[in-house]
Design a protein around this ligand. Structure first.
Ligand SMILES: Nc1ncnc2c1ncn2[C@@H]1O[C@H](COP(=O)(O)OP(=O)(O)OP(=O)(O)O)[C@@H](O)[C@H]1O
Ligand SMILES: [Mg+2]
Length: 309
């Protein structure tokens, strides 16, 4: 449904996107992950035809973002990361205007706007002018544009940033509804739980390049250390990292927080006594131990961190 074909995009001399190629299938939910500044929003803006790529192309249902931008715009609906509104309009007027320009019939638009604002619990708030809205409410309005439009291809750039917990769950439900109706969804997010829960496949962008694409479970399984032992020590955790890295089956050791060591292993269960012994014999005091499967967060850190797999 969506093909990014060797997309390059520079801002003046700065290369933000350096040759990205990937495909999103019809009716798929594709999670776009990557560190701040990796190029996610730039990819979305080029797909939205807001920016023109320096080279390469993006095809949406076979239509080129470069040679047929009008056709592409008709197919997609986008919730931008950082929307800029005309401050004079109310939130409801913005939604009415959006429904009109995207061709939603008037009565249907009124019904959908009422429904979506009701689900977010902002029927009253929506009468305020946009400059008065809180950050979270602004984000709800931006998402509401897509839920009112109900496009063939729905794109969300950080849809749940600033949102409270019930609203996040509501957005997820509403995205699920879009997908049930047959939409294809591109979801850029920095929330790994969101990506894991929502995505059929994810792609991790790093420094303007696509580092890896796969289903969340494929990517978790692709980590060399399939098991992770997490050790919480009373003190001095970092001084044991080097020691543990000398064990043959230990792939690497991270310290995600103070006095915690994450030990990535090819075989966790049988090594646990050895690891505990090593630390205890050097005077380390272990407070707690847990054995974990890799999470999408581990996948993210592996493919974007300094220690690449
Ligand atoms: N309009 C612009 N002019 C100049 N540089 C830009 C512009 N927009 C983005 N950039 C730069 O391009 C790079 C990619 O930015 P982009 O917004 O695509 O990242 P992102 O992956 O969406 O990050 P985030 O997670 O923070 O949203 C960054 O280094 C950013 O500073
Ligand atoms: Mg962004």
């Amino acid at each position: 449904m969506i093909e990014f074909i060797d997309v390059h995009k520079s801002y003046k001399n700065f290369q933000a996107v350096k040759g990205v190629t990937f495909t999103i299938q019809d009716r798929e939910v594709f999670g776009l992950l990557g560190p701040n500044g990796a190029g996610k929003s730039t990819l979305i803006m080029t797909m939205a035809t807001v920016y023109r790529p320096n080279s390469g192309d993006i095809k949406v249902d076979g239509h080129s973002a470069i040679s047929e931008p009008g056709r592409v715009k008709e197919l997609i609906g986008i919730s931008f990361q950082d929307p800029k509104y005309d401050r004079i309009l109310s939130a409801r007027e913005i939604l009415e205007w959006h429904a009109r320009v995207t061709g939603v019939e008037r009565g249907e638009a009124r019904r959908r706007i009422h429904e979506v604002l009701g689900k977010f619990g902002i029927l009253e708030e929506a009468n305020k002018r946009t400059w008065m809205l809180s950050g979270g409410t602004k984000k709800k309005i931006e998402n509401a544009k897509v839920f009112v439009q109900r496009p063939k291809v729905a794109v969300f750039d950080e849809p749940t940033a600033y949102l409270d917990v019930p609203s996040r769950l509501m957005v997820w439900d509403m995205i699920d509804e879009l997908r049930e109706e047959g939409a294809t969804v591109l979801l850029a997010t920095n929330m790994m739980d969101e990506a894991d829960r929502m995505s059929d496949r994810v792609g991790i962008v790093n420094q303007g390049r696509m580092a890896i694409v796969g289903t969340p479970s494929e990517l978790k399984a692709s980590l060399k250390g399939k098991d992770i032992i997490e050790l919480r020590l009373v003190r001095d955790a970092p001084q044991f990292a080097g020691e543990l890295e000398q064990i043959q089956e230990v792939e690497r050791v991270d310290s995600p927080e103070e006095n915690v060591l994450s030990v990535y292993l090819s075989n966790g269960k049988t090594l646990l006594p050895l690891i505990i012994n090593k630390i205890s014999s050097k005077g380390g005091i272990i407070q707690s131990v847990s054995l974990n499967e890799p999470t999408l967060e581990d996948v993210f850190l592996n493919y974007t961190g300094s220690k690449l797999v």
